[in-house]
Write a protein that binds this ligand. Structure first.
Ligand SMILES: Nc1nc2c(ncn2[C@@H]2O[C@H](COP(=O)(O)OP(=O)(O)OP(=O)(O)O)[C@@H](O)[C@H]2O)c(=O)[nH]1
Ligand SMILES: [Mg+2]
Length: 462
């Protein structure tokens, strides 16, 4: 695909830094480069050598003024990230210089415009240099908060997922060819021997698809992370729990009920999974408008949590406030944490007959006794055990999940049809449906809206 316009953007974060990088991609890249870049002695270039790093000057050609000293290089199409002619300029970090360079590029370039978010990567995809899974993995790589998330993104970028998808597609095409061969001679049908062979092949593909699907939720957890919300009535030890996780006094802890008024969030890792840990205002009936807002927020977070830690003060009998919160936890993923085990206990785990005993943990945040058990139970409850390297999820997005589900459904319909003697033209339709769904993952067959949605998540300059 040839794009008419050339795009340019600052690819590094705006602010003070060692260097800032500007990228220009498209047919005009070299022309602009020749216009604004000079040798170290200030002389114009006649041409650039492909993939050679130059040291020189960036000037404003209209005023003849020096803007910065920089390193730069030219990558000739198709040997660049976008597969287009590209110029990359590494200038000094800082807001003013780099913005001036961008302005000069946009003012002097004929048909040059500011790149949209993710447009460099989008061009790499549309020019066939990378597929959609690889393009998505680039955002994941940038956003990865843990080593595990980074590993998955990297394996997608280097093409492990792509290879698997391509293999599945090849196998499906082979089955489709076998079915279509029969379509030319419908009176003969599929010979028995071929039918068995095809059934074996589709069974193998079904297993591969099911495996990818089974691993996606794990992949999503690693990529997106989880939200764990701590709730309870005032003074039970919610903020103490947050602080224990963080091993620092992040939230204010006092013996005064109603200490926490707002949501306090902290980013932690549990077994390599990013976790947003949320401490909330104690839920109780109150006339204080500030506290009321805090309580509303707490209830809102309750609805979005992947796991709720409901804290009770074991040193006091169960109150109506505790029961009211308990009522909100029905059908929600929750653990009951009975805190203050160092005090004489007024609450017994047996009081919560509707909860499984393993979902009730008694601990003391003062002595830290029982905290490890809570951690262990959280790990089990949200299913974030160790992941073996050779057993890594290859796909990790809801988009991939939906495509795999549709592909599997079509393949199962094909297999059932084949066993039941359905006509070959209908069998071919099922196979094509399956291929189409799988093709969406790599981006071979995907709508413009999906593509737009994916690249809109990128930052400008990527
Ligand atoms: N004895 C004992 N006291 C504890 C324990 N955990 C917390 N506390 C005390 O209980 C009080 C309340 O603790 P916080 O962590 O502020 O409770 P909270 O649930 O965040 O309270 P609010 O923010 O008011 O809703 C503090 O005085 C803590 O020192 C424990 O395991 N044992
Ligand atoms: Mg608190």
């Amino acid at each position: 695909m040839i794009f008419q316009d050339t795009i340019a953007a600052i690819s590094t974060p705006i602010g003070e830094g060692g260097i800032s990088i500007i990228r220009i991609s498209g047919g005009q890249a070299k022309t602009i480069g020749l216009l604004i870049l000079r040798t170290a002695k200030g002389l114009p270039f006649k041409d650039f050598t492909d993939h050679r790093l130059y040291y020189g000057k960036v000037i404003d050609p209209q005023k003849g003024q020096l803007i910065d000293e920089a390193l730069f290089f030219y990558s000739r199409a198709p040997h660049s990230f976008t597969a287009e002619d590209t110029i990359e300029i590494q200038a000094h970090g800082g807001m003013v210089g780099i913005s001036e360079i961008l302005a000069v590029i946009l003012q002097n370039g004929n048909g040059v415009r500011l790149a949209e978010p993710g447009e460099f990567t989008k061009r790499a995809y549309l020019n066939g240099r990378i597929d959609l899974v690889q393009a998505e993995s680039i955002i994941d790589l940038i956003r990865a908060k843990t080593e595990k998330a980074h590993q998955i993104a990297l394996s997608q970028l280097t093409g492990e997922a792509t290879k698997e998808i391509n293999t599945i597609e090849d196998q499906l095409y082979r089955v489709l060819i076998a079915i279509e061969a029969v379509l030319d001679f419908p009176e003969e049908g599929i010979p028995e021997m071929h039918r068995d062979h095809i059934l074996d092949q589709t069974a193998a593909i079904t297993r591969q698809l099911e495996y990818l699907l089974q691993k996606i939720d794990e992949g999503r957890k690693i990529r997106e992370g989880l939200m764990i919300v701590i709730v309870g009535r005032p003074n039970v030890g919610k903020s103490s729990l947050l602080n224990t996780f963080l091993q620092e006094e992040r939230a204010i802890v006092t013996e005064i009920p109603g200490t926490t008024r707002d949501i306090i969030e902290a980013q932690i890792q549990i077994q390599g999974i990013p976790v947003r840990l949320v401490d909330t205002a104690g839920i109780r009936r109150t006339e204080n408008p500030i506290e009321q807002i805090g309580i509303q927020k707490a209830e809102q977070y309750l609805g979005e949590a992947d796991l709720i830690l409901f804290i009770l003060d074991g040193g006091e009998p169960l109150t109506d406030e505790d029961r009211a919160i308990l009522g909100k936890l029905q059908e929600r993923p929750a653990l009951i944490v009975i805190n203050k085990a160092d005090l004489p206990q007024q609450i017994q785990p047996e009081q919560f007959s509707e909860f499984e005993p393993r979902n009730i943990i008694t601990l003391s945040l003062q002595t830290k006794q029982g905290f490890d058990q809570l951690l262990q139970r959280i790990i089990e409850r949200v299913g974030i055990g160790e992941i073996a390297v050779d057993d890594r999820p290859l796909l990790s997005r809801i988009r991939h999940k939906h495509a795999l589900e549709r592909g599997l459904a079509a393949l199962k319909s094909f297999t059932a049809g084949l066993a039941a003697g359905t006509s070959e033209d209908l069998l071919a339709v099922d196979l094509r449906c399956c291929l189409e769904a799988i093709g969406e993952i790599s981006g071979k067959k995907v709508s413009d809206e999906v593509i737009h949605g994916i690249f809109a998540q990128f930052c400008i300059g990527k």
